[in-house]
Design a protein around this ligand. Structure first.
Ligand code: PLP
Length: 383
């Protein structure tokens, strides 16, 4: 139940990668035959990722993951004096990159969100300035799964003469993605959120978008990302992209929505003073962010871990941090409710039996923790 943190490498993906560590270990830049076979494998993978996003292969830059793709998009486009608009609910890969850019002379605006976690076009319109160079709004939120109206936001951005980037790390492989329909100029994905290995990813860069390289070296990735390609990783990402396309076409995403509803309805029927964060708006099918008032999410995460269930309080990158989730507080949740919120994120491999086991487990664990909660008693008496 923590697939938004990472997913397993699927057996077919591992199988596709396997030869490229040993028998087919060529450097994709070498002109001899082993090198050319590695190059051909990278090219095939590029075609597969491009097919997932409905773009040209030449518009895909392979990276080391979502963080690098996000950084590449922001640092590659912005220069001192430019204005960046992003949101208060982004992943730290965008948030912290934006803050770093601000310290380097880039003007920065964070858009607020509605209580459901949506970014409104009117908020974007109010933020745009003559020197706005880039707008970056994530497609699906990693904590709540809430999906943004990317097309509308991108259209408004283009009307103001700026470029549009979306962090689609939590959307890739969960929703059909089409960069033309979305209207974005830059789009980030990460391998390990879509059943490829950790440390792989890609950035879609629309043709004619000029991107400065963050690294300097050889001419790999058309000079946009120098460094010997991670051939096995890229092959794995390509295979995972192919499998994601097939999965989306077969309508398995709908089955995941049914499982998500079963999970939420089951838990909420048995646990009182609980609810869905980001409920009532479009969300990716696999993600449920639930609050259980008077329960410390951290304590619940540990209690469930002891029972063999992996969930997350806030985002994985934050766990261990004492601050409540910036996403939930941006949605207007009180600090107490944000600290009482837990993320359940299913994978393509999650079964109905597993969901039922979780539904049976949560209300018991919640009730036990509430018995221990000093805050619970006075409120229970007064209500
Ligand atoms: N963006 C979002 C929305 C994410 O959820 C994550 C990872 O959790 C990232 C970016 C970073 O991706 P990576 O772990 O591949 O660097």
């Amino acid at each position: 139940m923590d697939a938004n943190a990472t997913t397993p490498v699927l057996p077919q993906v591992l199988e596709a990668m396997r030869p490229f560590w040993s028998e087919e270990f060529g450097n994709a830049s070498s002109i001899h035959q082993p090198g050319q076979r590695a190059r051909a494998a990278v090219d095939r993978a590029r075609e597969s990722v491009a097919a997932l996003l409905n773009c040209r292969a030449a518009e895909i830059v392979f990276t080391s993951g979502g963080t690098e793709s996000d950084n590449m998009a922001l640092f590659g486009v912005l220069a001192p004096g430019d204005h960046l608009v992003t949101t208060s609910i982004e992943h730290h890969a965008v948030l912290h990159a934006a803050q770093e850019l601000e310290s380097r002379g880039i003007e920065l605006t964070f858009l607020p969100c509605t209580p459901q976690g949506l970014i409104e076009v009117s908020a974007l319109e109010a933020a745009l300035r003559p020197n706005t160079k880039l707008v970056s709004v994530m497609l699906a939120n990693n904590e709540t799964g809430v999906i943004q109206s990317i097309r509308e936001l991108a259209d408004r951005t283009h009307a103001a003469g700026a470029l549009f980037h979306t962090d689609a790390v939590q959307a890739a492989g969960k929703l059909p993605l089409d960069v033309k329909a979305l209207g974005c100029d830059l789009l980030s994905i990460s391998g390990h959120k879509m059943y490829a290995p950790q440390g792989t990813g890609a950035l879609f860069v629309r043709r004619n978008v000029r991107l400065r390289s963050m690294f300097f070296g050889g001419l790999h990735e058309r000079g946009r990302r120098p460094g010997t390609e991670n051939v096995p990783g890229i092959v794995g990402l390509g295979k995972a992209a192919e499998m994601a396309r097939a999965w989306l076409v077969e309508g398995d995403a709908q089955k995941l929505t049914a499982l998500r509803d079963r999970l939420e309805q089951g838990i909420l029927a048995a646990a009182d003073e609980a609810g869905v964060n980001g409920g009532g708006v479009a969300r990716v099918a696999n993600t449920s962010n639930l609050y259980f008032d008077y329960v410390e999410a951290e304590a619940l995460v540990i209690a469930l871990d002891l029972k063999g269930l992996a969930v997350s309080g806030g985002s994985a990158c934050q766990s261990g941090a004492t601050e409540p989730s910036h996403v939930l507080t941006a949605m207007g949740l009180s600090e107490a409710r944000a600290r009482a919120s837990v993320r359940f994120s299913m994978s393509r491999l999650t079964t109905e039996d597993e969901v039922d086991a979780v539904v049976a487990m949560i209300p018991v664990a919640v009730a036990r923790l509430r018995e221990l909660s000093p805050k619970r008693q006075p409120l229970a008496v007064s209500s």
